[in-house]
Write a protein that binds this ligand. Structure first.
Ligand code: BV8
Length: 225
């Protein structure tokens, strides 16, 4: 039984028109992380944070999966039960491209979370400040995404998959955000073969057995076949 664990980042959705974070003109050059991707930023200015995520939710809703998303879905179909996709992305393009059981470790734009009672529900297109939670009615609705300083989701499950990995691929990620950036070391400890598929070398490229550079819509379908 092979176990192929795949970590994806913003680069896999770049050719679907969604901005990355740290490339030229990326999201972090337009907004300060402290203002839009931390719990403190949300307390300070919830309207700014909702505006940031409303814009990305609208953009993601218009985006279409690309050949890289579809190639990973094909790999899952070819190896039933043996391909795990862990994404740092909050868009739904893996699922739109046919992937199943995607682990969204940083949450998703499609869901809202109540900061008071922990209830989750499908996010409206536009979230407003003080929106009441449908479960507890308190005005504590926030995007269901993992901000800096917050614990990413389903980490135990992810580490279990990494412990059994025979292949680990990192696709479209700069390897600068933890704990995702350290997954390659977990995979190496499990004896997995590791490959990086990225537009250019990531911060952790030297940790990988193999690296293939180029746009994901070219490197991923070639790697999958
Ligand atoms: C946590 C929110 C602990 C949703 C995001 C050491 C250990 C543990 C933590 C830390 C640590 N050191 C520092 C930390 C804290 C921090 C961190 O890592 N800081 C960094 C900046 C140093 N980590 C955290 O806070 C994490 N939480 O560790 O909690 C804890 C313990 C106990 C109790 C409580 C908590 C939480 C991190 C999650 C933060 N949320 N996003 C959203 O708005 O989207 S992070 C954000 O960065 C996105 O999620 C994004 O996915 C992620 C990673 O970025 P990338 O996806 O890699 O995107 P990037 O633009 O950087 O790179 C794109 C790449 O694609 C580039 O390499 C480019 O070349 C390539 N590319 C571009 N075009 C293409 C392409 N490749 C192929 N084809 C193309 N066409």
């Amino acid at each position: 039984m092979e176990k192929i664990v795949i970590l994806t980042g913003a680069g896999i959705s770049a050719e679907s028109g969604l901005g990355t974070f740290r490339d030229e003109g990326g999201l972090w050059s337009q907004h300060r992380i402290e203002d839009v991707a931390t719990p403190e930023g949300f307390v300070r200015n919830p309207g700014l944070v909702h505006g940031f995520y409303n814009a990305r939710r609208a953009q993601a809703a218009r985006a279409r999966p690309n050949a890289a998303h579809r190639a990973l879905a094909r790999l899952q179909r070819d190896w039933p039960g043996e391909v795990v996709i862990v994404t740092q992305n909050v868009d739904g393009l893996h699922e739109a491209g046919g992937a199943e059981a995607v682990i969204h470790m940083h949450g998703t734009l499609a869901r809202a979370l109540c900061g008071a009672c922990g209830h989750r529900w499908d996010a409206p297109e536009e979230m407003a400040v003080g929106e009441p939670c449908p479960a507890c009615d308190r005005p504590a609705a926030r995007p269901d995404v993992v901000w800096f300083g917050e614990m990413p989701y389903r980490m135990d499950e992810i580490y279990d998959h990494l412990a059994e990995a025979s292949v680990f691929a990192a696709i479209g990620t700069s390897g600068q955000v933890y704990p995702a950036a350290a997954f390659v070391h977990e995979a190496i400890a499990s004896g997995a073969r590791t490959v990086e598929l990225n537009l250019e070398p990531s911060m952790s490229v030297s940790s990988f057995d193999e690296a293939r550079f180029g746009p994901a819509t070219e490197t991923v379908p070639a790697w999958v076949t």
